[in-house]
Design a protein around this ligand. Structure first.
Ligand SMILES: Nc1nc2c(ncn2[C@@H]2O[C@H](COP(=O)(O)OP(=O)(O)OP(=O)(O)O)[C@@H](O)[C@H]2O)c(=O)[nH]1
Ligand SMILES: [Mg+2]
Length: 315
């Protein structure tokens, strides 16, 4: 049985192996994605973002429970990708996520994986997207991606999910931070977590007054603001309900969003392929670095440099 067959059969070991290949940027990972791609597109992608320590993993853990035991007739299967922003060697947060979510270890309908972010520009979004394809091909109905809402890469991952959930916490100045980082705009659902703490209502009304600055038409989705205590599970059923409501509501925008996701990935891949080609096939050893040095030293402007490189690649 090939690795792709294993993934398509939903074998957790094949899935884990596939995601490792993707994470390591092994060419076999790309090969695998090629083999499974035609069988993807069924899963519903839920993006969860927010500042470090907002309680995202705790919440995702509760969401899994709620979705698995939930009100639906058939329990959906769930795949989770937790993107760990720290170095692959620190391992702290990864371990934390694993421990927190291991309550689901015995549940065959749940697959959880942490992914370390690598230095590669754009690589995180690609690796996360490919890992989601693996879970999708393996038959997971709902795929949850957790990222810390810092950095464009991470915001893009969440922005192009089928539903984007932004988690904030009272009393940390998160509201201001989030406004600055532009993650307010991407939210389909707001969560004020740690609602057992003081200031939850205040934070909710800050978000509310922000929303009221925008003009929502009759038919537009207005992001709900939901208060949760992830540690106890309070408010979590309402979050799952809001996800289902959004899913019902946004059938038209979902197609557009998935198209954006495809375009984003295609553009990113072509750029990466092009740069790889340039560095490996066109330029000599260290040549790109010396062009960078000249731009840094103001001997060469970046536009001229880029045009020169493009010309050489196309020659
Ligand atoms: N009081 C309170 N504590 C919470 C709540 N939700 C989570 N916590 C605690 O907040 C801490 C961080 O929770 P995590 O779930 O790891 O947060 P996270 O956002 O996933 O963190 P990173 O992935 O490291 O950014 C843990 O100690 C949780 O127990 C809550 O609703 N109330
Ligand atoms: Mg976490």
């Amino acid at each position: 049985m090939t690795l792709a067959d294993g993934v398509l059969a939903g074998d957790p070991r094949a899935m884990a192996r596939a995601i490792s290949l993707i994470e390591d940027e092994d060419p076999a990972g790309a090969e695998l994605v090629r083999a499974i791609f035609g069988k993807t597109g069924r899963a519903y992608l839920v993006g969860v973002t927010g500042p470090p320590g907002a309680g995202k993993s705790t919440l995702v853990d509760r969401l899994i429970t709620e979705i698995r035991n939930g009100t639906g007739a058939v329990p959906y299967s769930v795949g989770v990708i937790a993107v760990d922003p720290t170095s692959p060697f620190s391992g702290g947060a990864v371990l934390g996520d694993r421990l927190r979510m291991q309550a689901h270890a015995a549940d065959e309908g749940v697959f959880i994986r942490s992914m370390a972010t690598r230095g590669h520009l754009g690589g995180l979004a690609r690796a996360t997207g490919d890992a989601a394809l693996v879970l999708d091909a393996a038959g997971k109905d709902i795929i949850i991606i957790e990222t810390v809402g810092v950095g464009q890469d991470e915001v893009d991952i969440i922005r192009t999910a089928d539903v984007s959930i932004v988690t904030l916490v009272p009393g940390t100045g998160d509201d201001v931070q989030a406004l600055k980082a532009g993650i307010m705009e991407i939210a389909d659902i707001f969560i004020v977590n740690k609602a057992d703490r003081e200031g939850a209502d205040r934070l909710a009304s800050t978000i509310e007054s922000n929303l009221s600055l925008q003009a929502y038409g009759e038919a537009d989705w207005r992001p709900p603001i939901l208060k949760t205590v992830a540690t106890s599970g309070q408010g979590v059923p309402e979050v799952v309900e809001a996800i289902w409501r959004f899913r019902e509501h946004a059938t038209r925008t979902q197609a557009a969003r998935r198209r954006t996701r495809s375009e984003y990935r295609l553009r990113e891949l072509v750029s990466t392929r092009f740069m790889d080609h340039l560095e490996r096939e066109v330029l000599g050893e260290g040549e790109l670095a010396s062009v960078v040095d000249r731009v840094a030293a103001r001997e060469l402007d970046p536009y001229t440099a880029a045009n020169d490189l493009l010309k050489r690649a196309l020659r």
